[in-house]
Design a protein around this ligand. Structure first.
Ligand code: HOZ
Length: 428
């Protein structure tokens, strides 16, 4: 069992100054108990804490670290960009290069705008869809998380769900009422709402692979139905690819599923580990943005040169190597190993995976939506989490988050992870 006395002392100090001791709720370990460890440094597939413990990291700063931590091409790009200026607030060439790169990778994106986070991207995409259609109502899916703007914090996943507050206080009822929430993978619910309210729906926003209530996949035909209904009703289809973008392949989840959304939202990988977001899509919709159109959206640090440089370095490194097939192989090894040790220990686990994203639910029932995910034994997850942490493996401290593999992970890391799980199961 690793000792974390310095982390504990820092957390006690932090609690005096910051609400809950953390700058984002899901970091607080509330769902699994105990206190969070404090990072000292991170490199490759590992993160080290202030007590000198080292962990194989499957959180990867919640997704951006697809090349592993402190990847040399990204560090070099940031260093060299910083020497030319850390922020301009003036257009610069790397914004153009990045826009060209995004368009070349994601064919549904005809125009793109950069902002500072995934939350900004989804919030802005929703406003744009409303401005474009002249409608107010939107549809989201329960358990999907699209950042913490008001209208999207309704039946949300991620930290909100982790802490049992999927509907946040402070969101005006009038705003929440404009959000229709549907269960994922339920074609009948979708058809019904479009039949009754279709002409009032500005946008449907979804994670094509919901990964903020654990991880589950769209059933065959579901995304196609969604595309058809939104097209028929003049509703803007918004793909939230903040987690899946550039991770599940060059064109993200939409590339894999052959879906052409009207707008897409990005973050995480596109900033190479620096704060960034982006939204883009059909030019006729994007041109509704100021200064061309009437929908206002802005940001002092938008298109920040360090973030653009880091993101470009990340995308270049992914494209110039066999990154996505390597990630698929590593994911396959992890899946195979975890399923085998759970089976041997007779522990019911649904191990869900797509590419380098994964989640294990402690249930013997298949998981296709939030209601299914809620069947997982969360007390068991908490014990598993701590058992793994004590054996040097860091998973997200919540049942309702996905795990991420990076290109810096090795088969030896995967094997060590599987052996750690085997040892945890054996101790139960
Ligand atoms: N944005 C991440 C969604 N799973 C979680 C990070 C956070 O909320 O701090």
């Amino acid at each position: 069992m690793s000792v974390r006395l310095r982390s504990e002392a820092l957390f006690a100090e932090s609690l005096k100054h910051t609400p809950g001791g953390v700058n984002s709720p899901v970091r607080a370990f509330r769902a699994v108990g105990g206190t969070p460890f404090f990072a000292a440094s991170a490199s490759g597939s590992r993160v080290s804490d202030v007590d000198g413990n080292s962990y194989i990291d499957y959180v990867g700063t919640w997704g951006p670290a697809i090349l592993g931590h402190a990847a040399p091409p990204i560090v070099r790009a940031i260093q060299s960009a910083a020497e030319r200026g850390t922020s301009f607030g003036i257009p610069h060439s790397q914004e153009v290069t990045m826009a060209q790169r995004v368009k070349s990778l994601v064919p549904s994106v005809e125009k793109v705008r950069f902002c500072n986070s995934g939350t900004e991207a989804t919030m802005s995409a929703i406003r744009l869809a409303r401005g474009f259609t002249g409608r107010d109502r939107i549809i989201k899916f329960d358990g999907c998380y699209h950042g913490h703007s008001d209208g999207l914090l309704v039946k949300a996943g991620s930290g909100a769900l982790t802490l049992g507050n999927p509907d946040s206080a402070g969101v005006p009822a009038a705003v929440a009422q404009q959000t229709v929430v549907l269960p994922f993978n339920d074609p009948e619910a979708l058809r019904e709402v479009f039949q009754n309210q279709g002409r009032d729906i500005a946008a449907v926003i979804l994670e094509l692979v919901p990964a903020n209530a654990g991880l589950y996949l769209p059933q065959p035909g579901y995304l196609e139905l969604l595309r058809q209904l939104t097209r028929d009703h003049g509703t803007v289809l918004i793909a939230d690819e903040v987690m899946t973008g550039f991770r599940l392949g060059p064109a993200g989840a939409q590339g894999g599923f052959g879906l052409t959304p009207d707008l897409s939202c990005f973050g995480k990988i596109i900033g190479g580990g620096l704060p960034v977001g982006a939204f883009g899509g059909r030019a006729d919709i994007m041109d509704y943005l100021a200064p061309l159109g009437p929908v206002y959206q802005a940001g002092t640090l938008s298109g920040n040169p360090l973030a653009m440089a880091a993101g470009l370095a990340a995308l270049e490194a992914l494209q110039s190597t066999d990154a996505w097939s390597r990630l698929e192989n590593l994911g396959g090894e992890l899946e195979q190993g975890m399923v085998a040790v759970a089976k041997a220990a007779q522990i019911p686990v649904q191990f869900q995976r797509i590419g380098s994203m994964f989640c294990g639910y402690f249930t013997n029932q298949p998981v296709w939506n939030l209601a299914d995910a809620m069947h997982s034994d969360r007390a068991r997850f908490a014990r598993f989490f701590h058992g793994m942490l004590d054996r040097g493996v860091y998973l997200a401290p919540s049942q309702f988050e996905a795990g991420f593999i990076s290109t810096a992970h090795t088969s030896a890391d995967i094997e060590a992870t599987v052996r750690a799980a085997e040892s945890v199961f054996a101790s139960w």
